[in-house]
Design a protein around this ligand. Sequence first.
Ligand SMILES: Cc1ncc(C[n+]2csc(CCOP(=O)(O)OP(=O)(O)O)c2C)c(N)n1
Ligand SMILES: [Mg+2]
Length: 821
Amino acid sequence: MQNPVVFATFAKPKNDSMQTNPQANSELSFEDFKMEVLNDYRIAVTSRECSLLGRREVLTGKAKFGIFGDGKEVPQLAWAKAFKNGDWRSGYYRDQTFMMAIGKLTIQQFFAGLYAHTDIKADPMSAGRQMGGHFGTHSLNEDGTWKNLMIQKNSSADISPTAGQMPRLLGLAQASKVFRNVKGLENHTTLSEKGNEVAWGTIGNASTSEGLFWETINAAGVLQVPMVMSVWDDEYGISVHAKYQTTKENISEVLKGFQRNEEENGYEIIRVNGWDYPALMEVYQNAGRIARENHVPVLIHVQELTQPQGHSTSGSHERYKSPERLDWERAHDCMVKMRTWVISSEIASEEELSEMEAGLKKEVRAGKKAAWNAYLAPQKQEQAEAITLLENLAETSPNKPFIEKIKSEVASDPEPLRRDIIAGARKALRYVVSESSAEKRQLQDWVNNYFEIIQPKYSKHLYSETSTKATNISEVKPAYDKDAEVVDGRVVLRNNFDAIFSNHPEALIFGEDSGTIGDVNQGLEGLQEKHGEMRVSDVGIREATILGQGIGMAMRGLRPIAEIQYLDYILYALQIMSDDLATLRYRTNGLQKAPLIVRTRGHRLEGIWHSGSQMGGLIHLLRGMYILVPRDMTKAAGFYNTLLASDEPAIVIECLNGYRLKETLPNNLSALRTPIGVVETVKEGSDITLVSYGSTLRIVEEAAKELQQVGIDAEVIDVQSLLPLDIAHDLVKSVAKTNRLLVIDEDVPGGASAYILNHILDEQNGYQHLDSKPQTLAAKPHRPAYGTDGDYFSKPSTEDVFEKVYEMMHEVNPTDFPKLR
Ligand SMILES: Cc1ncc(C[n+]2csc(CCOP(=O)(O)OP(=O)(O)O)c2C)c(N)n1
Ligand SMILES: [Mg+2]
């Protein structure tokens, strides 16, 4: 077993042969060794030149923002050598050298990303959606099918929130463990090779201050997954020094308690200087081997790194670093150190290196130029089209001088932005609004066509566009035997999960209390015993990394179901769901996916942190996911089955008070599917449309019965699916019939009820059919008070619904419906 702190030696071979990896028996001749070192140096110099030139491009206005990998080049060369096909990266914006070293980022692609080139072929990271420095590879073919991930090096797509890469990293690593240990997964040769893949993480020293870092580190130690975590330590987080970030200013020092020993599992923790090329080589080979072979997590604290150009293009580090520190950074710049080492080891002479560097400078300049020209070409073409159309329009219009002015503005920019081209064309149309000419028609068509072609470049792939998108999965209604059993709702759910785990070896569920006791409501009762601990498991209390486990495993082709015990506690995981899961498909232009199912329970609970009501917040923050609110467990079971047939992430919110309610047990549990985005009318009526969902629906149904007794015939609709909502626009059909609308839920006022109302009025044009003011009935704006009375006075009750509807009818017809109170 290794010592906690390893300082490795990897020097020029004494004789004319050496081993890059002392454990592997592959000897390199000194010539080969030289070639390899010089090739590494070449990559590092290229990367550095890109950073230097990249900053200039931002400062001269060609690109918007730049954050680069300068000062972190050398450790990434060592990491890239230990990184094998099938492995995964989850890192942050300093990793450009690594991406270049694994052959996934060229000079031209680097600059295409900086300029935001919207062609995925030019900027393979995100087709211009992400700012530079956010890296990813393609897991999917354009039709959404998986690529063979075992013949390529994989990088999960970066996100900007510091430490946001951590939860996903845990899941990427855990997938190897699952592939190695779960029976039935052996056939997946394109997703894993017996779980031999390592997930490599990187993080800045300051970002280790985030809770997500600690939560992930602890969880990976518990789970013993093949994860190698590198901390790039440059002592700063923008302007804030390590003394404000990290206890003892030293992350590996404070993590010492995680170090494994003879008796206990834990981490291998290694410390190395980031400018020490030979030591780094040995450390990374060693780390990779420990993680790959033994599934032991490793932490590498890479110290003494620098920021030659400061943090980013937003500021200059001369403002906050002392002259002494800046001097130290210049002397310890890993590139300077590597260069000195190459010369002193007689691998190359000073002159040879200078010549190489001059050549690479030219190469980078040429790559930059090519990227700029390629980025600009379509825009110049669009500009030329607009100019011609504007010229033609000016010739035939009485408003010629105005249109010519616009044309000159559009033509004036030799490096045009799309915004300026299309804005000019749209403004010109205002001058000819009351004219009629073929030239006007042509410009109108061009503008409309422009949006049709260009808008998708910025908006496509929020949801799946493949044949297995969730909304394409057709309904399969529950079927019942004549003498079907009537059971508690949780039994329907449990039997359905049993069928899922029997039929899908890739499926697994994990959550607090999900394993041994089969979840707090016994929806998984007995399933751990039947399907094994790896597939039905308990986890620590750590919602964000439960989500991360799911994201990472789903990205590697498994079908995880991440259970968040109660909806109220999903807030701990909301950031990672919103920033990582919900944006994944969008930010990769449809080339990565994580079809994770999040299972939770909510509605109609009692208490400030036990209400399970906050749908509005979720709806707004989780665009890119589906939000499903089944009113009973049969519906919920059908949603799980639909989602497993699809390739998209979703959250299913089961009704907490539904587990003990009786349901008839369907006989087609594994086949049953609830459609997504489809509403259901549960009671027909002619006087008013009542729209609701989840547990509140039962209250609305009750109120509808009571309203019937006083002569008010309400139609009750369950939306079932909040995101997406009513794809077929069935709600407005009901409003067209009743001419009155009330939306009821137990979220805060202005929450999900306002969202539904807006959808009906605005998107479905429901306003045309209304004879009364459309209204919402929601909970009070405070969190719900505890207990039965707390619930009654916090959330809508049957009486509230009754009276609200009655008041609306009173306003229409006070004779038949005299004032109630
Ligand atoms: C959650 C969050 N807070 C703040 C920021 C703004 N921010 C970007 S980078 C950074 C400093 C990170 O420092 P460190 O982790 O040491 O990485 P370095 O840039 O030094 O490599 C900050 C505060 C962010 N991106 N995300
Ligand atoms: Mg830092």
